[in-house]
Design a protein around this ligand. Sequence first.
Ligand SMILES: Cc1cc2nc3c(=O)[nH]c(=O)nc-3n(C[C@H](O)[C@H](O)[C@H](O)COP(=O)(O)OP(=O)(O)OC[C@H]3O[C@@H](n4cnc5c(N)ncnc54)[C@H](O)[C@@H]3O)c2cc1C
Length: 487
Amino acid sequence: MGMQKKDVDVVVIGSGPNGLAAAIRLQQQGLSVLIIEGKKTIGGGLRSAELTLPGFTHDICSAIHPMAAASPFFNTLPLHQYGLEFIRPTIAAAHPFDGGKAAVLTSSIKEAASLLGDDEKAYLKLVEPIVKDWPLLVNELLAPLHFPNHPLAMMAFGLKALPSALHLSKKFVTKEARGLWAGMAAHSIQPLSNLATSAIALVLMAAGHTAGWPVPKGGSQQVANSLAAYFISIGGNIETDFYVTSLADIPSSNAVLFDITPRQLLQIAGHRFSSLYKWQLERYRYGMGVFKIDFALDGPIPFIAKECNKAGTIHLGNTLEEIAHTEQETADGRHPENPFVLLAQPSVFDASRAPEGKHTAWAYSHVPNGSTEDRTSAIEKQIERFAPGFRERILAKHTMNTTQLEAYNPNYIGGDINGGIIDIGQLFTRPALRYSPYRTSTRGLYICSSSTPPGGGVHGMCGYHAAQRVLKDIFPKHLNLKPVNNT
Ligand SMILES: Cc1cc2nc3c(=O)[nH]c(=O)nc-3n(C[C@H](O)[C@H](O)[C@H](O)COP(=O)(O)OP(=O)(O)OC[C@H]3O[C@@H](n4cnc5c(N)ncnc54)[C@H](O)[C@@H]3O)c2cc1C
């Protein structure tokens, strides 16, 4: 059956990193692609804005970009020519403890290991093989479930990644190594006793020792702007300020890709799906939310541990035991007094973010899904614990609870920033157990958001792999064309 003439070949709904990546991949293969974005500006989790005071640029959602820097697809694109410049902080991440010491993730694995004293060998044994295999692993890991091209490297990784972070922490004896490990694993937004919470810690550490944990010059918006500028340069079209509520609203096309989560997909297209697929999407699970604060500061954060002044990201939670306890409490629906806080200080490395001498800070802690509790004072107290005098430097702040986050971006259901929990049950089978996770039960309708593999974070690989599926299913003649303008 030949294809009918449509307004465009493909419509992508949503301009987050995955929507942009999918659209670029399809446009590169000679198709006509239209992105429709509900908000006035593009970018989804990549927007930056003057949230507090004039001259202070804050990253509303993502700030630190280990996954974008590691992304096999983004790395094929000439984004630098379209304004993207990554700045790599001297230290990727620092983890201060009570008493003034800090553990650090430096770019050199040898240096990071040597700073861990009695855990030097254990750290090298755990992380070094992954760093060595990283060029092979990154393509395997940032992909849907498949038979690996490098089975040995994947098996070695899997044996370390599958256990819980608490289990694997037994490899370390020092407070420093255990704390650093827990801070990395807490990025999984799950109790550290959950299976596979080691995976995210290992990936973030390997990323730190390879492409780094950079900040984009000018703010995360620059990642979206450079992707969009490249997309437009190869003939793509973007329409903003058009929130899609029904398939009847959009131009006709041979394929529609949704950069949204299952709950919204059900609302927009549920009537088109099989009852089995609908049943699967209805059972899709969302995880903990976040409470986010952006600060405008009168000066740098006065950390006691000097390493923190050179770090782009700081994990504030003290010991592994404390972090494991507070993350468990949060998962159980409570608001711990001393939450684990993820903090970034982009202006220390990028002077364009704040007026001269002034600074920005970005911080969040996990909260129960749907929480509306104001966590400002708990988060500030945790920063103050490792940086006494912090509060006196605050010029202005802007906060978002989970309801406000979801109002800002409907993909953050109950404040879940990963488009659904990434636990062992939803790691590869997100959003549903199917031959291809990107296909819905209706031909021509696809999902490409972080609710598909490989999940949350700014890497665009959900979008890339969804686009590959669309090419194979709907436009096979375009699959192996030489991509346009791909320098
Ligand atoms: C506070 C916070 C901190 C984070 N920190 C980091 C970090 O430091 N590093 C990192 O890598 N990741 C981070 N993330 C996660 C990251 O932002 C997301 O994983 C990523 O943006 C997901 O990309 P996406 O393309 O799947 O969806 P999104 O970025 O959510 O984009 C979806 C887009 O679709 C649009 N949309 C939704 N529904 C409709 C509709 N019906 N019609 C039209 N448009 C619609 C939305 O407006 C949005 O623009 C953070 C997220 C948050 C909230």
